[in-house]
Design a binder for this molecule. Structure first.
Ligand code: ADP
Ligand code: MG
Length: 333
């Protein structure tokens, strides 16, 4: 059978490392011996139920970096579409008033300005403190390839100002998307290039954060500030916030500078912060995607950037599985 995106995403083998796969995890579950399962049927059942509940849990990932042009939007689109291809129900949220994600998902400037319900209206409604308006939320959602999208336009810049006079202003986005958690497996929030109130809202709404970073001196230097802000949000408002990892984007492996910066970053982060094994290569084909209104999986399915985003998807899924599988002994209380 012909693959819809040119290659079977599950068949791509990681180059650097063997990541934990759903199959691997499955065999771990199935590795429960017959005796263990029978010795405490109830415990085994409730354990599996608990695992199922964990599987059903939606994960909200903020894609953040206060530096612009580092590949946040590109990562949101392509990681989102790849997660969609791998069978997850995915929602993208454009949390940048520039609306780059919205435009990358085939809603052009003029149409974006005409949209009646965007993230801005949803957040404004949430700020009024009234009961949730599910029709309004549903009306905001657009479809793009394998994902859903809550779009944004310039009106979101007014929302950021309005947040300053609002009660519990850091958690407005979290409350806005709360009902959507039941509907999706993954929600990706594409942040704006600043550490302002909108980005704080995204980091408070998120379970984890992915940090795209270009292999340039200034990008890497800027990471300190972002990591400091994340640590502060974790300490004061969102203790569950995790850093999934730093993702090197637009890597031109032919240049010595890119190689040196990437390896220095890996050394500096050590074991404390994950740097994804996969690096997204620089390619003209990726630059063409927003204009074409296509993800890389439609625009250049056989190319190196599509392959890299597919492998990133495996790493991200692997992190999720790792977090979900907690060792537990059966039948022992
Ligand atoms: P951000 O959201 O951080 O501002 P974008 O994702 O919009 O960054 O990317 C900035 C620019 O770089 C865009 O023009 C985009 O098309 C381009 N770009 C992103 N990823 C790549 C890549 N892997 N190779 C080449 N160009 C890229
Ligand atoms: Mg962007």
């Amino acid at each position: 059978m012909r693959e819809p995106y040119g290659f079977p995403i599950e068949n791509i083998k990681p180059k650097a490392k063997v990541f934990s796969t759903p199959q691997g995890v499955q065999s771990k579950y199935c590795g429960i011996t017959y005796r263990e399962a029978n010795s405490s049927k109830h415990t085994a059942n409730s354990y599996l139920k608990e695992e199922k509940a964990l599987e059903d849990k939606c994960k909200v990932i903020a894609i953040a970096n206060q530096k612009g042009g580092v590949g946040k939007t590109t990562t949101a689109v392509n990681l989102g579409v790849a997660l969609g291809i791998s069978g997850k129900k995915v929602l993208l949220i454009d949390a940048d008033p520039q609306g780059s994600l919205t435009k990358s998902c085939k809603i052009d400037n003029a149409d974006a300005d005409k949209l009646e319900v965007t993230l801005s209206e949803l957040m404004a409604y949430e700020m009024t403190g009234e009961d949730k308006d599910y029709i309004l939320i549903n009306n905001s959602i657009k479809q793009f390839e394998t994902v859903d999208l809550i779009p944004s336009n310039i009106s979101l810049s007014g929302t950021e100002t309005a947040l300053f006079n609002c009660m519990s202003r850091e958690s407005v986005l979290k409350r806005t998307i709360e009902p959507l958690r039941q509907k999706y497996d993954v929600i990706l929030i594409d942040c704006m290039p600043s550490l302002g109130m909108m980005t704080i809202n995204a980091l408070v709404a998120a379970d984890s954060v992915i940090i795209p970073c270009e292999p340039s001196f200034l990008s890497v230097k800027g990471l300190d500030l972002l990591l400091h802000s994340i640590a502060k949000i974790k300490r004061q408002i969102n203790p569950g916030l995790k850093i999934d990892g730093v993702l090197m984007t637009m890597v031109d492996s032919r240049t010595v500078n890119a190689r040196e910066i990437t390896s220095a970053l890996r050394d500096a982060m050590g074991n404390s912060i994950n740097v994804f094994n996969i690096e997204i290569p620089r390619s003209v084909r990726a630059t063409e995607c927003p204009n074409a209104g296509e993800s890389i999986f439609v625009h250049d399915p056989g190319g190196k950037v599509a392959e890299a985003y597919a492998l990133l998807t495996k790493e991200v899924n692997g992190l999720e599985r790792k977090a979900q599988v907690r060792p537990r002994s059966f039948g022992v209380r």
